[in-house]
Design a protein around this ligand. Structure first.
Ligand SMILES: Nc1ncnc2c1ncn2[C@@H]1O[C@H](COP(=O)(O)OP(=O)(O)O)[C@@H](O)[C@H]1O
Ligand SMILES: [Mg+2]
Length: 439
């Protein structure tokens, strides 16, 4: 197997021009954001910005809104040393480096010492860039979202991790690498509850604005959440993959990736999990039949696949159960088809749960949109839970599943026939050579 050193992809790391270098050292921490906003007017700067991610651009745009008094949060500069704030903004302007599933497979197939050192050197350089992009965004969200206590909490986790990575010395050998892996484990744990804590802040904003706007009318918040959660998936897979290479090797696994992942088997497990939750909540659960080749395998991350199928099946179970709860006949079974294509593995989940009205279709992709009767109160969201074990109610199922699919070059589509049922198409890229999408 071909081993590509991480350094061979480092050429894609963004280089900075002189103008950007000026941006990296704002005159003072407090002035950093407004200074960035002013520079946005300069054509050279605009050209430079087109080379960096949309995250940094959003941060710069939002910084302008902040300077207009729209953002009253506790600024980073109020709580962090000036050098730290400058360092964060400098990193927020650097380009993030994407990797592909195939690359991770090639790289981790025989993790010898030298490769682990190279991998940690790459992460040591890359993670601060990705974290800084998110801090810049979290610092400058519109509608006062940045000042919500849970958003500040998440921002501070990102800042802490950024600082720990930046103060970690250069990694030279296996010994340094072991220490660095310990730091990665620590960071991984710190960020475990980012999703529910963020959701709390967004739910608070939604409640405040509910009379005036819905989330679909706040595209910038939606766009931010999509980018933020996508980035989180990427960061966690990079860290998770590195940590997993230290663990005793599992058969047919390269880190988190299973080289012989059976979509049939993963779907069966996800169906069992979803049906038992449905049983618990309704006292009954419609049948789910699987069609496809049980022996077919391909390279994928089983935990991601499980998450996506679990969410789709939960939605179908709920729709069918709600529709046929009082019917005399047995509810029609949900059908799950696994199709094996050259480019894609597609999983279709079809139900006869009555479908989704066309006017509601755009909303299903927004965070916190749910028609569940047992609408979960965000106050109930404990910071120490690792996600909801309920059938529905958070509204995160579809948008987050689509991000998981897109992360490895796939996609998720929902087609509905109102009055009949819904088909969900989950496309998973088979080749694995698509580079991570980076917000
Ligand atoms: N198979 C389906 N049949 C009918 N409606 C669906 C289906 N899947 C999703 N929906 C609609 O989309 C909404 C959002 O789904 P989701 O993101 O999974 O959040 P949640 O399940 O927590 O409500 C659901 O509340 C429901 O109104
Ligand atoms: Mg759901």
């Amino acid at each position: 197997m071909l081993h590509i050193p991480y350094s061979s992809i480092m050429h894609t790391t963004g280089t900075t021009n002189s103008h950007q270098r000026q941006c990296q050292r704002p005159p003072s921490a407090a002035a950093a954001a407004p200074a960035l906003a002013c520079m946005a007017a300069q054509p050279v700067y605009n050209a430079a910005m087109s080379a960096v991610s949309s995250a940094a651009r959003l941060a710069v745009r939002a910084a302008a809104a902040g300077s207009l008094g729209l953002n009253q949060g506790i600024r980073l500069a109020d709580t962090q040393a000036r050098e730290v704030v400058d360092d964060i903004f400098a990193h927020a302007l650097k380009k993030q480096t994407g990797v592909s599933l195939k690359y991770m497979l090639d790289f981790g197939s025989s993790p010898i010492e030298r490769q682990l050192v190279l991998s940690s050197q790459f992460l040591h350089k890359e993670l601060p860039v990705r974290l800084a992009h998110r801090v810049a965004e979290l610092e400058n969200l519109p509608y006062g979202l940045s000042s919500k206590s849970s958003i500040l909490k998440v921002r501070d986790w990102y800042v802490e991790s950024f600082k720990e990575l930046r103060t970690f010395p250069h990694i030279r050998d296996a010994n340094d690498e072991l220490k660095f892996t310990e730091l990665l484990r620590h960071i991984y744990r710190r960020h475990a509850n980012v999703v529910p804590v963020m959701a709390k802040g967004v739910a608070e904003l939604k409640r405040e604005l509910s009379e005036r706007a819905v989330l679909t009318e706040m595209p910038e918040i939606h766009q931010f959440l999509d980018g933020f959660y996508l980035s989180r998936i990427g960061i966690r897979i990079l860290i998770g993959q590195h940590i997993a290479l230290h663990e005793p090797s599992k058969a047919n696994h390269i880190g988190l990736i299973c080289t012989k992942c059976s979509p049939w088997q993963v779907a069966q497990d996800a169906i069992n999990d979803a049906r038992s939750i449905c049983m618990r909540e309704y006292g009954a659960a419609p049948d789910v039949s699987i069609y496809g080749d049980p022996n077919f395998v391909f390279a994928y991350v089983p935990s991601h696949l499980h998450h996506m199928v679990f969410e789709l099946v939960k939605n179908s179970l709920r729709a069918v159960q709600d529709r046929f709860e009082d019917a005399d006949d047995e509810p029609p079974p949900i059908r799950l088809v696994v199709a094996e294509g050259g480019e894609d593995v597609t999983i279709k989940v079809s139900d006869e749960g009555g479908g989704i009205p066309r006017s509601g279709l755009a909303r299903i992709w927004t965070y916190l949109y749910s028609t569940a009767k047992s609408r979960v109160q965000m106050e109930e969201l404990q910071d120490d839970t690792d996600g909801p074990a309920v059938l529905a109610g958070y509204g995160y199922g579809l948008p987050v599943s689509r991000l998981y699919a897109r992360y490895f070059g796939g996609d998720l589509q929902i087609i509905s026939m109102e009055g009949y049922g819904t088909d969900a198409y989950l496309h998973l890229n088979r080749l694995g050579n698509v580079q991570e999408p980076l917000p």
